[in-house]
Unconditional design. Structure first.
Length: 148
């Protein structure tokens, strides 16, 4: 199997112009929303229905919500609201992906030309990076990941 080009992006700490320009410059064909809750009022231009509309209008980019790649409410609450430890969050989310067997339920081809979307501005403490690393480990490194 050849390399699969996959990007990731967060929408916080950026404006709509910067966000959409990064997607366009990267040649993204599909945005895979990996947020558990994608309709928050705090999401601004990244609310699910609005985002799907903008992506399609701006460059014909497909929008897919994939909660299978999102942490549970319990994992999120412990980390965000209770100021949890990143290592505990990471361990719990990696276990969740293993339990869900995401590497068997999805295919590398589904990610080709795609971009994983989450709210975090950078991938360092974001589950979108963990998804990429987990799948790359399970799929023999076939994902070529670029964080936008």
């Amino acid at each position: 199997m050849g390399k699969v080009e996959l990007a990731t992006i967060g929408f916080t700490k950026t404006d709509a112009e910067g966000f959409f320009e990064r997607l366009l410059k990267a040649g993204v064909k599909k945005v895979i929303d990996v947020r558990l809750h994608n309709t928050s009022q705090l999401a601004g231009f990244a609310k699910a229905d609005d985002l799907a509309y903008f992506l399609k209008k701006i460059n014909g980019i497909e929008y897919v919500h994939q909660p299978l790649l999102a942490p549970t409410d319990d994992i999120l609450k412990e980390f965000k609201k209770d100021k949890g430890d990143w290592r505990i969050y990471e361990d719990r989310f990696l276990s969740l992906m293993a339990d869900r067997k995401i590497e068997q339920r999805l295919t590398p081809q589904a990610f080709d030309g795609a971009c994983l979307l989450c709210s975090e501005a950078t991938p360092h403490h974001c589950h979108r990076r963990l998804v990429c690393e987990y799948l790359n480990d399970k799929w023999d490194g076939c994902l070529s990941v670029k964080h936008l």
